[in-house]
Design a protein around this ligand. Structure first.
Ligand SMILES: [Zn+2]
Length: 205
């Protein structure tokens, strides 16, 4: 791409670093921003800067939060004995949308994936095991997508919890293999949480 303006080229280069945004789309977005009032671009950049400067991770569940402890963990009406293990905030949002789950979450921040160089130590697994060992949690629900990485992660955590008195279950698979949780419709996802099965029985199938 030949740019008549260095400033334009620079903005397009930055924009095209976003996932799924090619050079052409980046150019279209930048030109769109140029047509908008300056105040709108200021608001846009301010929102991103505010996000980066002020966002926190909940110290209990590692979910993205504005406060030290997220709204879900701080809610006295949530069932504290049940913890649903998910990959990231998108899964929390998907499950919350079903209105079928009243427990807490634990956000791993990814899945074990040797191909991508992601091992257990890069994920929030240790804090989960420690939390379970404290004894208050009675049930862990695995709600990772049923990909090879998801299954590996579930199994790793399951093995780490051997000898610890806690029930482990996995969401029922109305969701087909490889589907990401966030794309499952609310009814299917809600049902799969309600109809969860013991983790061990999912290993046999
Ligand atoms: Zn939390």
């Amino acid at each position: 791409m030949n740019f008549s303006s260095k400033l334009l080229e620079q903005a397009v280069a930055e924009m095209s670093l976003l996932p799924g945004v090619g050079k052409r789309t980046a150019l279209r977005l930048v030109l769109h921003l140029l047509k908008q009032p300056l105040a709108q671009t200021e608001q846009f950049t301010k929102a991103l800067l505010d996000l980066r400067s002020n966002i926190k991770l909940c110290k209990n569940c590692h979910n993205i939060s504005d406060t030290e402890v997220c709204d879900i963990c701080a809610n006295p009406n949530r069932v504290r004995e049940i913890v649903c293990v998910v990959e990231d905030i998108r899964d929390v949002m998907a499950i919350e949308n079903t209105s079928q789950y009243r427990g807490l979450y634990h956000v791993l921040g990814g899945k074990i994936s040797p191909m991508d160089g992601i091992g257990p130590s890069q994920l929030n697994i240790r804090s989960l095991i420690e939390k379970v060992k404290e004894g208050e949690i009675q049930e862990i629900i695995f709600a990772l997508s049923s990909t090879l990485e998801g299954d590996t992660t579930n199994f790793y955590i399951f093995k780490q919890l051997e000898g610890v008195e806690v029930k482990t279950s996995t969401i029922a698979r109305g969701i087909s293999v490889g589907d990401e949780l966030e794309y499952a419709d609310e009814v299917t996802l809600g049902r799969s949480i309600t109809n969860r099965v013991p983790f061990e029985s999912s290993l046999r199938s």
